[in-house]
Design a protein around this ligand. Sequence first.
Ligand code: FAD
Ligand code: EPU
Length: 336
Amino acid sequence: MEITENISLKALNTFGIDAKARYFANCKTVKDIEEILARKELYELPRLVLGGGSNILFTGDFGGTVLKPDLKGIEVTGEDENFVRIRAMAGENWDGFVQFAVDHGLGGVENLSGIPGNVGSCPIQNIGAYGAEARDTIERVEMLNVKDLSRSELHGHQCAFGYRDSIFKRELKSKAIILSVTFQLRKKPVFVTSYGNISEELNHYPDISLRTIREAILAIRKRKLPDPAEIGNAGSFFKNPVIGASRLSALLNDHPQIPHFLQKHGEAKIPAAWLIEQCGWKAVRRGDAGVHKNQPLVLVNYGNATGNEIIALARDIQKSVKEKFGVDIEPEVNLV
Ligand code: FAD
Ligand code: EPU
């Protein structure tokens, strides 16, 4: 198992931050991962598991081992009258997996088309978009315990999935490496087209099918979100804040025009993009760090911004949203 030393991570994170890793190991097999975890000289050093690097911000060089589980494979593991179970390995590209499902006429992940990153990361923050979340289809997650190298599985309902949240960001943080995810996909798809402008977009297509929903969502995303190949970013930098009913009515009193989306138990989700725009941050640029011109929830790197410059900008945004609206907005991106 080859380990590279002092490599630049610039091409391995979509923010395009030029941080270095002291050690880097691209693991093609589970045995490779086990070998890295067992190496004595690496044992005491910090460790980072890296997928596609599309939800990470490096704030400096990483003085430990960056381990990339580059495990590949997609296989059918079971089937009944209504569902097909498919196991995808952690290093498979997420959107490649969505394409596979759509090509096989299997429903459940088509609304998550175009999300960057790998299959192994989809349970971490329970990726979501356009009315769907990864938890809707995750049947089980297979993982390797970093301490004793034992393998175990969690069923979807044991993963404590929430909005951009799961057990892997909490109790199991840094304790488990996800090896594969098994999805339960529908043979008779149920189309979800009520979110945002999906139905409107679908008017440009001849029919409603898994394929056209995928294409419509890819088209919407292309218009709204910056492409990391052109401008560094990690998607939404912040989560949308979810507030309680009494907090919402107080906010509506002061700001009657505030957009809000009602959730369970009387809670409401407020678009952080709106809060940030109202504070005057849309399209602001400071050196090479900036706020995207179409989607203020996305912070961008115009070229040579450092992680700390992006964080300084994020802190100032959080502060002004707190001052104007009394609302805390938390980062979605993982700071390393
Ligand atoms: P990374 O950034 O490499 O890692 C993310 C976290 O997971 C890190 O903490 C890492 O240590 C951990 N991790 C990664 N792999 C493993 C593993 N095998 N085992 C244990 N821990 C692991 N997200 C959404 O939810 N919805 C969107 O619509 C969306 N749109 C986006 C659009 C753009 C343009 C971009 C750049 C990002 C977007 N994202 C979105 C965020 C991002 O794509 C997702 O969070 C994605 O799941 C991250 O995958 P990754 O492989 O790149 O993870
Ligand atoms: N808005 C503004 N100004 C803008 C843009 C948006 O005020 O310039 C407001 C509007 O009120 C709009 C609302 O924000 O209705 C929502 O905007 P959008 O539909 O673009 O969604 P979002 O809340 O900004 C969330 C996810 C995205 C996901 C989209 C689609 C979070 C943190 N972000 O964005 O996920 O793709 O919905 O479902 O939940 C990501 O997590 O990285 C990500 C990109």
